[in-house]
Unconditional design. Structure first.
Length: 353
């Protein structure tokens, strides 16, 4: 019986059409031997498959001046495929894994991430389900805390260091390296969930290990009462009865209108439940002017647009493409702020309801 290829990485990217110069969000799955792409994450069958054997990858790719963080995959038949990531670190993570997958194919090797798996072997007798119940024990398990980071409050969660400390003290493993491997397994099987940008980035493959033994990497039990809330100033209060979710990020951005293509300043509030980006008149008013549905969306940085000359845009635009392929163009005040918005929107698009 043949072994199914391992899923190395998956997520939404913007992909250029093979025949026309159209860019559409696709759910991309990197396997050991190829790349599958789906119209939606929930689809059962891919729209296409790109074989990796004999391929080469090029990054950065400057073929499209207005699109940032693009990489090009050239297959053995000299056909080019173009993908756009949301920000630099995400693009580099995809490129790094694709390069390694191609190298493994050429060398006849199995793909394996850099980790402690080669030097450490966990006992096969470990029962993940039983271990999870022990971790949740009200008396002897891991204590759920209220933690604060980056102007956000994380309720009913704990740090990566606390998890490893508990595993060592409970004699579940022999040392912290073993604990890191076991915690990574718990994370991959859904017994632990990442909370916050640091732990989420690691879980998505942007670190050497998916789980982090750090005091500023937060995690929570999936069936706990975890929720995150952001601080808001007195003049940024929104009536909480209108929405169930907590504020992840808020601030003013320029938004391009869909009909007249004119740009206006709007106050944006990003909430995690439901996964919407609401926008308001910055002069006041509690009722939103509109909302962008983020579930299943793709967000990417863009270089410039013809309609933005009036504002002398310089590397601060980004684009949201919704699941039903509606395009929204927004402008931040700086490149740093743009990256913060992109990461916050990505987080809500993945985990929001």
């Amino acid at each position: 019986m043949e072994r199914e290829p391992m899923r190395i990485r998956e997520g939404y990217l913007v992909k250029k059409g093979s025949m026309f110069n159209t860019w559409k969000p696709m759910w991309i799955v990197l396997l050991e031997d190829g790349i599958e792409f789906y119209k939606q994450k929930a689809d059962n069958s891919p729209k296409g498959m790109i074989p990796l054997k004999g391929s080469s990858i090029h990054s950065p790719c400057q073929d499209f001046g207005k699109r940032m963080f693009v990489f090009k995959l050239t297959v053995a038949k000299q056909q080019d495929h173009f993908f756009q990531a949301a920000y630099l670190e995400e693009r580099d993570a995809w490129v790094r894994d694709i390069k390694k997958a191609i190298h493994c194919i050429d060398g006849g090797q199995r793909f394996a991430r850099k980790s402690t798996r080669k030097s450490i072997r966990l006992p096969e007798t470990i029962n993940m389900s039983a271990l999870y119940l022990s971790m949740k024990d009200p008396e002897k398990g891991i204590k759920e805390l209220k933690l604060e980071k980056d102007k956000r409050v994380f309720n009913h969660c704990f740090t990566g260091t606390c998890v490893i400390d508990w595993l060592v003290s409970s004699s579940s493993i022999r040392n912290r390296k073993e604990g890191l491997l076991l915690a990574s397994s718990l994370l991959s099987e859904g017994y632990l969930q990442p909370a916050g940008d640091t732990s989420k980035a690691a879980a998505e493959g942007l670190s050497d290990t998916p789980f982090l033994d750090l005091s500023d990497a937060y995690y929570y039990f999936p069936d706990s009462g975890f929720f995150c809330e952001g601080y808001s100033s007195d003049d940024d209060v929104v009536l909480k009865e209108e929405f169930r979710g907590t504020i992840v990020k808020q601030g003013c951005l320029l938004k391009q209108g869909h009909r007249r293509k004119n740009w206006k300043v709007r106050k944006f509030i990003l909430r995690d439940d439901p996964a919407y980006l609401h926008y308001y008149d910055p002069a006041g008013g509690e009722e939103p002017l509109g909302a962008i549905h983020l579930r299943g969306c793709v967000v990417t940085a863009v270089e410039d647009m013809p309609d933005t000359k009036k504002y002398d845009v310089d590397n601060i635009l980004f684009e949201i493409i919704t699941a039903n392929e509606i395009h929204y163009y927004l402008q931040a005040a700086s490149s740093t702020e743009r990256t913060e918005w992109i990461k916050a929107i990505q987080s809500v698009a993945r985990t929001g309801k």
